[in-house]
Each structure stands twice: as structure tokens, then as C-alpha cells.
Design a protein around this ligand. Structure first.
Ligand code: HEM
Length: 139
């Protein structure tokens, strides 16, 4: 069971962080070369799909993350728990940013207009989360 949840956690992280990296480094820069109408259509079509991937990834990371936390619950208080707490707070901050950019509500349009900036912040924080996760595992 723990292997299943570890697999779900890592796969969701890979798909989510990889998708964000693709958007920042490939899709958004490439779209800048298009005419405004084409760019709009490309963003609309790709993000109508991408938002469902991001929402699924968030759900899977939370469910598998809670299961992972229950597995390590007995760990003594110390550096491990401090880093794990920072990792989880960072993760929820990333989820919050991603929801601001992907939830298609009118008053959130200001975040969508600067999605390259918000995705870059979320990407940087995710890379830090993965570094913490590597340390937690390997010590
Ligand atoms: C952006 C979100 C997240 C990313 C990118 C992420 C990534 C990772 C990665 C790569 C691992 C290492 C897995 C392994 O070594 O096999 C991990 C472990 C873990 N994650 Fe997450 N995670 C995220 C969110 C969360 C959340 C929301 C929770 C808790 C609710 C959580 C709890 C844990 C726990 C307890 C571990 C095990 C640590 C250990 O090896 O001792 N994660 N995470």
C-alpha cells in the first residue's frame, strides 16, 4: 500500500512540475511569436486541458501526501518534522498559486494575464520542495 501511495505521490509531482516547466520554457515563449488571435486560441485550448491536469495533480498530492505523513507520524520531533512542515506549507502555497491561475473566474483574470510570472514562482517553490523531499528521504 505504501508503495502505491509513494508511486502516486511521485508520479503526480513529476506530471505537475513537468507540465509547469513545459508551459514556462516552451509553450508561453513560443506563443509570443504568434499573432494575438492565434495566441489567445492556443492558450485557451491548451489551458482548458491543463487546468484539469493541475487540479487532479493537486488532489492526488494532497491525498497521497496525507497518507505519507501518516506513515512517518512516529518520527521524533526535530529537524525531520521542521523540514517536513516547511515542505507541506510550501506545497499548499504552490497549490494556492496554481488555483489562482487555473480557476476560470473573472476576478482572477489578473493572475492569468501574468501566468508566466506565477508559474515561474510555483516552479521555483516546487524545486525547493523536491530538494527538501530528497533530504528527508536520504538524510
Ligand atoms: C508541490 C507539491 C509536492 C511535491 C512536488 C512533492 C514531492 C515529493 C517528493 C518528490 C517526495 C519524495 C518521494 C520519495 O522519496 O519516494 C515526497 C515525499 C513526501 N511528501 Fe510530498 N510533495 C508535495 C506535496 C506534499 C503534501 C501536500 C504533503 C502532505 C500533506 C506531502 C507529504 C510528503 C511526505 C510525508 C513525504 C515522505 C517524506 C520521507 O521520505 O520521509 N507532500 N514529496
Amino acid at each position: 500500500m505504501s508503495t502505491l501511495f509513494q508511486w502516486i505521490h511521485v508520479t503526480a509531482a513529476v506530471v505537475g512540475v513537468g507540465g509547469i516547466a513545459f508551459a514556462i520554457f516552451c509553450l508561453i515563449p513560443a506563443a509570443r511569436a504568434l499573432a494575438p488571435a492565434q495566441r489567445e486560441a492556443l492558450f485557451k485550448n491548451s489551458f482548458d486541458r491543463f487546468r484539469w491536469i493541475i487540479w487532479s495533480v493537486i488532489l492526488l498530492l494532497i491525498v497521497s501526501g496525507i497518507y505519507n505523513t501518516h506513515l512517518v507520524w512516529q518520527a521524533p520531533w526535530g529537524i525531520y518534522w521542521k523540514l517536513l512542515t516547511i515542505k507541506i506549507i510550501l506545497a499548499f502555497a504552490v497549490f494556492f498559486i496554481l488555483l489562482l491561475v487555473t480557476v476560470p473566474l473573472k476576478f482572477l483574470a489578473v493572475f492569468r494575464r501574468h501566468m508566466d510570472v506565477w508559474f515561474s514562482i510555483a516552479f521555483g517553490m516546487s524545486v525547493a520542495i523536491i530538494l527538501i523531499a530528497a533530504y528527508l528521504r536520504r538524510g
